[in-house]
Design a protein around this ligand. Structure first.
Ligand code: FUC
Length: 726
């Protein structure tokens, strides 16, 4: 690879941060109502989620609240459904039906005509007003007739109070109190309450407000016990009911678009077909890059909808669940799943959506540190089990020692992308250093004089290839690579803070003594300290490739032999796997600079793991694959995971597949604090811009040509034509 290092003073084309609004095909749409939960479409405000079926005679919205779990700090429990809204309409014969979810507004719409009247139903979950809003409209006066019911998934007592329905109850498992309230507002006609609902008789417009909550309190210092939710739920409903529908809608769209509108991706024109037809055609091999872009944006939509400041982090199903016993409790699994949920947060410009993860990790740390469980006892730092609930409650399925180190990587990444020095000083560095302390105490010296973990695990099998073998082994690559990553993040954090230098140097010496990646007998990255890897092993976890992604110990540029060996390992594992595993492989191949291999995995993901409503399936439905996919697409277009001479190297279009010869992306974020726009043609960068968010220097790298750029905070720099460089 020829590398040209060009010092280039780029033209300042503006002094303000751009706010792209142009988006291409941001709608999921269907010509039939949903006939099952996985055809319903999700809305959410971080805490309150709904799945909308869009029926004609009956609208059904199944809803959730993030805190509805049967667990405690001692037992894991399961994430639970909360309740359902049903609206039974009378005298409708639908024609010209459609339902759609517009990712640009986060509004779900149902439209149809009946007997010459056009009906229009809009639903959204508002973060600023903390309510779900359903608005019914008809083109002729007084034509809305039906009955609204609220049900509860846990036999709560339901009362009807005028135009309000209230469901209040207690979960017997953990005594958590829950309450939902639904208020009906109308224009024209009458509302008539009866024993189990509210009848609408001849209204022209109806607005339904739903609020729900529990007594869960997101803080270990109060044992997670909060107030009865009645007062806060009542207040949300009252406050929202004082605003017009248009006002609530505007608040919601403004708030949502401020986040969503930061990134646009255009990979081509969308065909004029329903989403399900496009999905099926894609599964059959049709080219529809616009659908691939839609799924990318859907991941961003889902993250905004399931993880907002003040909420719990997105669980295995985000916040959407209709089962009493969801797979793996629909909680937080630390050996890939919860981390993958947050892979798109920084690179796709949603750092605020990352914040719930940090709150949860800090609570988890506090709960583990005071645990009486002998398995969790540590001198310094903390460790956790593999699966944990909203309260830091552990599963029975084994300790996962490097879980805390992997989780702490997210604190470093938030700083690396945002440059938030207060966050680094007050939250990230203390946590990183604390967890590093555990590993300083825990590492041992091998016969070869290397530092190794004595009792590791490679999720989720053993060197004998047995699924779920939890026998501890020394020097397992997964542990070694995560500890390397932890120490590196801690070292770089100390550098950025300019403090703690003697500790920093001590930790660097430790890091440099760690047993590093080893290349085995068939050219692979060894998963185990001994060269026992079976080339026919197809296990879904690629734990031994953590160093490629989300770690950064192995890169094509700085460690090409290891990168080559990682490709051998990845090819041996094969392409066919579960949803999140397939998504991880998209990211891995992207980091290895193999755009066409990433794209193979994209095709594979669509073929096998994308459901009718574009949720990802493990199977069953598991949202990490959606988030991992979105992160993977971003990694194919932009990477920034390593530094040279203290500058981040921004790889522009590092893994562009042949299938995406032309396109444009705006607003992706890079470490060091940059927002990147790019247009490309015939597989090469055509034009673009760098917005400097922090005023740092950087190196732009496109297909091996490099340009060093000095920046000032807040300025926008036009990218040069790399093709024109010598
Ligand atoms: C891990 C994975 C499973 C699943 C579960 C939630 O145990 O190995 O495949 O993703 O987490």
């Amino acid at each position: 690879m020829r590398i040209f290092l060009v010092m280039f003073i780029l033209v300042v084309v503006g002094s303000c941060i751009s706010n792209p609004t142009k988006n291409n095909d941001l709608t999921l749409w269907y010509s039939q109502p949903a006939s099952k939960w996985l055809e319903a479409l999700p809305i959410g405000n971080g805490s309150l989620g709904g799945m909308i079926y869009g029926g004609v005679e009956q609208e059904h919205i199944q809803f959730n609240h993030e805190s509805m779990i049967t667990g405690t700090p001692q037992t894991v429990g399961s994430y639970q459904p909360f309740g359902d809204i049903y609206i039974d309409f009378t005298n409708l014969n639908a024609e010209h039906y459609s339902r759609e979810l517009d990712l640009n507004t986060a509004i779900h719409t149902v439209r149809f005509s009946s007997n010459g009247v056009k009906y229009h139903r809009e639903s959204f979950a508002s973060y600023p007003d903390q309510v779900m809003v359903i608005h019914l409209n008809a083109s002729k006066k007084s034509m809305i007739r039906g009955k609204i019911r609220l049900t509860d998934a846990h036999n709560a007592n339901i009362s009807v109070q005028g135009n309000k329905l209230i469901a209040t109850g207690v979960l017997p498992e953990n005594q958590m109190i829950k309450e939902s309230q639904l208020l009906v507002l109308h224009k024209d006609g009458n509302l008539i309450s009866d024993i189990d609902g509210i009848n609408i008789d001849g209204a022209s417009e109806v607005t339904i407000l739903l609020a729900a909550g529990t007594s869960f309190f997101k803080d270990h210092r109060k044992d997670f016990q909060g107030e009865h939710p009645h007062a806060s739920v009542t207040k949300r409903i009252e406050d929202a009911s004082a605003k017009s529908y248009e006002h609530l809608r505007k608040n919601h769209v403004t708030d949502y678009q401020e986040l969503f509108g930061r990134v646009s991706l255009n990979l081509g024109q969308a065909p004029d077909q329903t989403t399900i037809d496009r999905l099926n055609a894609h599964k059959d091999g049709a080219e529809d890059p616009a659908l691939e872009a839609l799924l990318f944006q859907y991941g961003r939509y889902l993250l905004i909808s399931s993880s907002r400041p003040g909420s719990l982090p997105a669980n295995l199903q985000g916040i959407w669940n209709h089962e009493y016993k969801p797979a793996w409790y629909s909680q937080y699994t630390t050996n890939i799943n919860i981390q993958m949920n947050y892979w798109p947060a920084e690179i796709t410009a949603l750092p605020e959506c990352h914040l719930p993860l940090f709150d949860w990790i800090e609570n988890l740390a506090a709960v583990q540190k005071k645990s009486e469980d002998p398995i969790l006892k540590t001198n310094r730092g903390w460790i956790c089990y593999n699966t944990n609930n909203a309260m830091g409650g552990p599963s029975t399925w084994g300790v996962h020692r490097p879980g805390s180190a992997w989780l702490s990587q997210h604190f470093w990444e938030h700083y690396a992308f945002t440059g938030d020095m207060d966050f680094l000083k007050s939250r990230a560095y203390p946590l990183l250093k604390d967890v590093a302390g555990y590993w300083e105490d825990h590492l041992v010296v091998s016969a070869d004089g290397k530092l190794i973990t004595p009792d590791g695990w490679s999720p989720e099998h053993g060197p004998d290839g047995k699924e779920g073998n939890r026998t501890p082994y020394p020097g397992v690559s997964y542990d070694q690579q995560i500890v390397y990553d932890l120490f590196t993040n801690c070292i770089e954090a100390a550098d950025a803070l300019g403090e703690d230098m003697s500790y920093r140097n001590y930790l660097q010496a430790k890091r440099d003594s760690l047993l590093g990646p080893q290349i085995g007998r068939w050219g692979q990255i060894q998963e185990w300290m001994e060269d026992v890897d079976d080339p026919d092993n197809k296990h879904r976890h690629t734990s031994h490739l953590f160093a490629v992604h989300p770690g950064r110990q192995i890169t094509s540029g700085s460690t090409p032999e290891w990168a080559q060996a990682a490709m051998v390992s990845l090819n041996a594992r094969g392409d066919v796997s579960t949803g999140w595993s397939t998504a991880w492989k998209i990211n891995l191949w992207a980091r290895l600079g193999q755009g066409n291999r990433s794209y193979d995995l994209i095709r594979q993901l669509f073929r096998q793991c994308i459901l009718e409503n574009l949720f990802d399936t493990h199977p069953p439905f598991q949202i990490d694959g959606n988030f991992g996919y979105t992160a993977g697409v971003a990694e194919m277009l932009l990477q920034s995971h390593y530094k040279e001479d203290n500058n981040y190297i921004l790889l522009l279009l590092p893994a562009l597949p042949d299938a995406w010869q032309s396109g444009e992306v705006e607003g992706l974020r890079a470490r060091g604090g940059f927002s990147i726009d790019m247009q490309w043609k015939d597989g090469s960068l055509h034009s673009g811009a760098v917005t400097s968010l922090e005023g740092n220097d950087l190196v732009l790298d496109h297909q091996g040509q490099r340009i060093h750029l000095k920046t000032q905070k807040g300025r926008v720099y036009k990218m040069p034509d790399f093709g024109a460089q010598p």
